[in-house]
Design a protein around this ligand. Sequence first.
Ligand code: PLP
Length: 450
Amino acid sequence: MRYYSHSNDKITASFGDALLASLAPDGGLWMPREIPHFTQDQTAQMGAISFAECAALLARYFTEDKYSNEALREICLDAYDFDLPIRTLAGEYLDSATPEDMNDFMLELFHGPTLAFKDFAARFMGRAASHLMQATKEKRTILVATSGDTGGAIGDAFLNQDGIKVFILFPKGGVSKVQEQQLCTIGSANSNVKAIAIDGTFDDCQQIVKDAFADSKLEKDHNLMSANSINVGRVIPQSFYYFWTSLQVKAAYPNRPIVYSIPSGNLGNLTGGLIAKKMGAPIDRFVIGNNVNDPFVDYLKTGEYRPRPSVPTLSNAMDIGRPNNFPRILSLFDEDYETIRNICWGASYTDAETERHIRRVHTETGYVMCPHTAIGHMAMEEFTKDIDAPFTRITVATAHPAKFSNSVGRILHTAVPLPTALAKSVKKKKRVHVMPPTLVALENYLAMHS
Ligand SMILES: *Cc1c(COP(=O)(O)O)cnc(C)c1O
């Protein structure tokens, strides 16, 4: 599989080069040239094997000779050693749920080590990158801007990997307490993962990372690599779980259309879903939930794309005013607004609406949602109002509510118990460097730590 630059399709690269280079030489985002398409017979077979096995099969089409089938299988089995349950709000699993006209399922993607869906992409990417680097003995510096969950997932996925240093930039005071604790306690004082609190917003963090990559001397000196969703190695594995879970749902409810709702920020998760659909996954529609940072929902409603500075909200991982993956979505559909609008429907919500929803769902069902997931679920409910034929609803639950125990605990007037992995990190002492939002400051820090 070759990859091309979204801004100039004559610029191409292999998967390995696209993964390590992050951005195309012209600054464009790498896109897969030919997305494989599977027939119904093929997809039925792929739905019958385990998720990790299915991911390994799909990965073959997106990588190339540098990865043997055996290597991909090892990568996926090792990366995906946790569950991705599809459950109702009452806690019934897909195969034993009571059929209703519009079953309301949650796809819980938060059972990985850092309790957010970003583990799916980070763990594949980390293993895929280190597989390449073992062969070349190169050294790399990963810069990752995070609004909360990416940094933890990437730090965890790359911890103690030889030849790789990871610098995580997060907005000071702009992530949840638990997220900050997680980010600042990865590994030990001497390990290869460092957390940096930027005196600014997530957009500032993202901008500094972009500026660092645009500075060719800095890029060369440190052999920089991005682990943000600008990296195509993050986006591809996010198609795997849509592909496989939609097949599970189709097998359980064969005659019903399937709609996924995705709480979205940088649109990487949605891009994964759209790629899965192109591969033949039986998905009819995507519903997109935004918080008040809603340039994509605005685009779906008006056809106009107006990026803007982000404002902080309860669902901080979606506080994004200029979604990284918007150009990828345009490119997937040849910039055809009508096609995009036929596949995607969106709505945006305030913090007050989010709080009310978390409270109502908890009162009615006992299910506790994180603020991001709540936005996806609200959007699904609003979408459902206009439809009377039966279909299957799947809301993507992107993070464990305990990651946002401060806000969720306040909203529900009850403590959200921390899973074991989190409880451990809460006890550790934080290690973090605070920095102004400038490239110069980052440059100095990198020089000190190289
Ligand atoms: C990253 C994140 C999102 C947004 O995903 P995108 O791929 O950036 O659209 C939503 N919810 C949570 C919990 C996240 O960590």
